[in-house]
Ligand binder design. Structure first.
Ligand code: URP
Ligand code: ZN
Ligand code: ZN
Length: 465
């Protein structure tokens, strides 16, 4: 089967040109002017006219939580609904998180996650392995995960004390092992003890509304942990990546680390660029945006946009972790019981285009870098994923840059009954999405079936991209 995309404006992380793209099977086989079945000898390709449209590599969201057991419930998008919603929004691949159960093995957790994911995905997927209990047995599993399973990134939590958090001794042990085996350590960098103290203090004082979720995680809790993580990564010389970085203080720790010639990769998420903490003043409605770390201030948004342009922030993800409103209500009388997370997997590409490119904050090339290319490079999938080039997987978004529309829970495909962006006016719309050569979404209609999404084994990673 072949597809010929005609006359699109092709944008990669470094190029911008108008061309035709020929796809044969799952791969891009030719890029050029005036391609046709005669010039390429492709057998009657399906033609798509992309005149006036932008062509991006499929989005890669390296931070999602699908069907994840968390805070007494499960995130409400499973692998089927989550990867389908992602495709509708132009994201062709996600990296989800496996959580080790303390006292059990990493392979045990891998089996459990596979029982929920395999055969159920529309879009392509991979896993980060969250190590919540690093010990001599866990250590022995790292090599196998990297070499045999293609899981090369190891997530750590410096917060969620009593549930997911590891201490610095475990962190150093893990970093040494991951460095030796060719992987990368990623981190939720906030100070779990400080947060634990502040949560207990606010609860004891009867301060129980969502606003106190925000006030229990001040900026210093994040900047302290980011700096400590950077120090440990420097000491152990491991490739390192901070997930969902939100604020000026934390980014300044990364900036400072460059002074000793250290490179730490940084991901922020779409919500931290465009939403701010004033939303927590809306009484219990603020629970829609209860996530960790919390939304920050306008000055932090400015730092993050600048950080993208300064090359300090390489990736914009979502930390998609949706909960139905009735689950958020579990914390109606106590903010510490509100399941943490918000839905965004479907909105990231369009929101970042509208708020970033359309408003002149980032260039088109930078847009592709932070939504796709850098994640593919950092996590060992480039150039199979993350670019438009001969031999790459034909994961392609055909994007109408002029089309205006509104975001709403009434029309989104995520399995959650509210949107954190209800009524937002967006310029630019995902029109057609191809995944490994197949039209997956066409003008809002899905064209593939559950199970088409494949697990992607990733390669070894390094400190340079
Ligand atoms: O609030 C969040 N971020 N929920 C998901 C878990 C995490 O910390 O990434
Ligand atoms: Zn986190
Ligand atoms: Zn997360």
């Amino acid at each position: 089967m072949s597809v010929l995309i005609k006359n699109g404006r092709v944008i990669t992380a470094s190029e911008d040109y108008t061309a035709d793209i020929l796809i044969e099977g799952e791969k891009i086989s030719a890029i050029g002017k005036n391609l046709s079945s005669e010039t390429t000898h492709a057998l009657s390709p399906e033609e798509i006219d992309a005149t006036g449209k932008l062509i991006f590599p499929g989005g890669i969201d390296p931070h999602v939580h699908l069907d994840m057991p968390f805070m007494g419930t499960f995130s409400s998008d499973n692998y089927e609904t989550g990867t389908l919603a992602a495709l509708h929004g132009g994201t062709t691949m996600v990296i989800d998180f496996i959580l080790q159960t303390q006292g059990k093995s990493l392979h045990n957790a891998l089996d459990e996650w596979r029982s929920r994911s395999d055969g159920n995905c529309y879009g392509d997927y991979s896993f980060h392995m969250a190590v919540t209990d690093f010990n001599d047995d866990t250590k022995k599993e790292i090599k196998d995960l990297i070499d045999k399973e293609g899981i090369t990134s190891f997530k750590t939590f410096m917060a969620y004390k009593g549930a997911l958090m590891i201490d610095d001794r475990q962190m150093i042990g893990l970093m040494n092992e991951v460095r030796d085996r060719g992987g990368i350590v990623t981190v939720h960098a906030t100070n779990g003890d400080m947060i634990d103290f502040l949560i207990a203090k606010h609860r004891a004082e009867g301060k129980l509304s969502p606003l106190y979720h925000y006030l229990s995680q001040p900026e210093i809790t994040e900047s302290e942990a980011a700096g400590r993580f950077a120090d440990m990564a420097f000491y152990t010389d491991v490739p390192a990546y901070i997930v969902h970085l939100t604020c000026e203080g934390a980014l300044n720790q990364v900036r400072d680390a460059t002074e000793r010639n250290q490179k730490i990769f940084v991901e922020t998420c779409i919500q931290y660029l465009i939403l701010d903490a004033s939303l927590y003043e809306k009484d219990f409605e603020g629970a829609k945006w209860v996530m960790s770390p919390p939304l920050r201030e306008k000055k932090d948004q400015a730092t993050l946009w600048a950080g993208i342009n300064q090359g300090l922030v390489q990736v914009v993800g979502t930390d998609h972790c949706p909960f139905e409103w009735n689950k958020k209500l579990m914390g109606e009388k106590d903010f510490s019981k509100i399941p943490n997370g918000h839905p965004a997997i479907e909105n990231r590409m369009e929101l970042l285009y509208s708020e970033g490119v359309e408003k002149g904050r980032i260039s088109l090339n930078k847009y592709v870098e932070v939504t796709s290319t850098n994640a593919a490079k950092i996590f060992g999938m480039f150039p199979q994923k993350g670019t438009i080039g001969i031999g790459a997987d034909a994961d392609i978004v055909i994007f109408d840059p002029k089309k205006k529309h509104k975001i709403s829970a009434k029309t989104h495909h995520m399995n959650v009954d509210y949107s954190g962006y209800e009524g937002w006016e967006v310029t630019g719309k995902v029109e057609t999405v191809l995944l490994r050569g197949k039209v997956a979404i066409d003008n809002g209609k899905e064209k593939i079936k559950k199970g088409y999404g494949k697990f992607v084994k990733r390669g070894k990673v390094s400190k340079v991209i």
